[in-house]
Design a protein around this ligand. Structure first.
Ligand code: F6P
Length: 323
């Protein structure tokens, strides 16, 4: 390979920059002569919004949040003819392979693109949601969890002062990985995730018992945003009906920003370096990921057809540690 390109796609995540840096530097240092950065994900690819990278263009980005290549969700890329046009754009520039950093939607695009055009693609899991099958971890998850924890620790101060219950909504439309980890680590009184039913009556009972035993009525309930945008409000309303006076705090996109944690910088750097090695070793149509601490390759077909399930034992810890 003499010429490769990189793009970041879908919702951004802290650690995309160290991944871009690692791919760029590893490519140059492995003898690849040309590295291109594609702006705004698949959108920039189909619009030929592509720039040449140098080893210096990724200087001083290892610690920066967001993605210097920008990101977008591109609906047009779902069309096969658009993917063919994109392949032509790469071929015309002499680009022989593509690295895609993104979440599940981006991996679907990556798989279809290589299957239909023959241009080799290697994926890197970049999403705060940690919901990518085949990999225990994704770039950005650790930072997002830490960002949410920092906010919740502050919320807990005021919750205790006012003996109030707070519903804190964290990201995760289809998955409760952030909510579960954040819930355990902040000592939440309850965690609500899309994967499992929750029993509001049981919560109200627990809260009443705590009040009766003089434990106060402050507390944190972590709610994963889920598919239903009104969920947190509905829970708050039901709690009000049970005599509580809850407050809602939606952490939202704060979780997607910020300087990547040490863990995410390491993960992104190691996955980026490995992705280049896999490409040079002849691998294609794979995503690099982590399995029990080791870097592995996972066929993209598997990534896009399987679902990653939330570990029930881990989730149960959210209730096991209550007073
Ligand atoms: O996939 C990452 C994610 O941050 C989800 O947790 C969230 O539901 C979604 O993106 C929000 O996307 P957008 O920024 O496009 O509204």
């Amino acid at each position: 390979f003499d010429s490769v390109a990189i793009l970041t796609s879908g919702g951004d995540s802290p650690g995309m920059n160290p991944a871009i840096r690692a791919l760029t530097r590893a490519a140059f240092n492995s003898g690849i002569s040309h590295v291109y950065g594609i702006n705004r994900g698949y959108s920039g690819l189909i619009n030929n919004d592509i720039q040449k990278m140098t080893s210096r263009s990724v200087t001083n980005i290892v610690q920066r949040g967001g993605t210097v290549l920008k990101s977008a969700r591109c609906l047009e890329f779902k069309e096969p003819n658009v993917r063919q046009d994109a392949a032509k754009i790469l071929r015309d520039r002499g680009i022989e392979a593509l690295f895609v950093i993104g979440g599940d939607g981006s991996m679907t695009g990556a798989h279809l693109f290589t299957e239909e055009t023959g241009i080799p693609v290697i994926g890197l899991p970049g999403t705060i949601d940690n919901d990518i099958p085949g990999s225990d971890d994704t770039i950005g998850f650790d930072t997002a969890v830490n960002t949410a924890l920092e906010a919740i620790d502050k919320i807990r101060d005021t919750a205790q002062s006012h003996e109030r219950l707070f519903l804190v909504e964290v990201m995760g439309r289809n998955s409760g990985f952030i909510a579960t980890q954040v819930g355990i680590a902040c000592g939440a009184e309850m965690v609500v995730v899309p994967e499992y039913d929750f029993d509001l009556r049981e919560l109200c009972l627990t809260l009443a018992q705590r009040r009766a035993t003089g434990q106060g009525s402050s507390g944190i309930i972590v709610v994963a945003e889920g598919k239903d945008p009104g969920l947190t409000n509905r829970i708050a309303y039901q709690l009000e009906e049970q005599g509580q006076n809850p407050r809602i705090c939606i952490l939202g996109h704060i979780q997607r920003g910020g300087s990547p944690s040490g863990h995410d910088r390491m993960l992104a750097s190691c996955l980026g370096a490995s992705a280049v090695s896999y490409l040079l070793a002849g691998y294609n149509d794979i995503m690099v990921g982590v399995n029990q601490g080791s870097i592995v390759d996972i066929p993209l077909r598997r990534v896009i057809t399987e679902t990653k399930s939330l570990n029930r034992h881990l989730f149960d810890i959210t209730t096991l540690l209550h007073k």
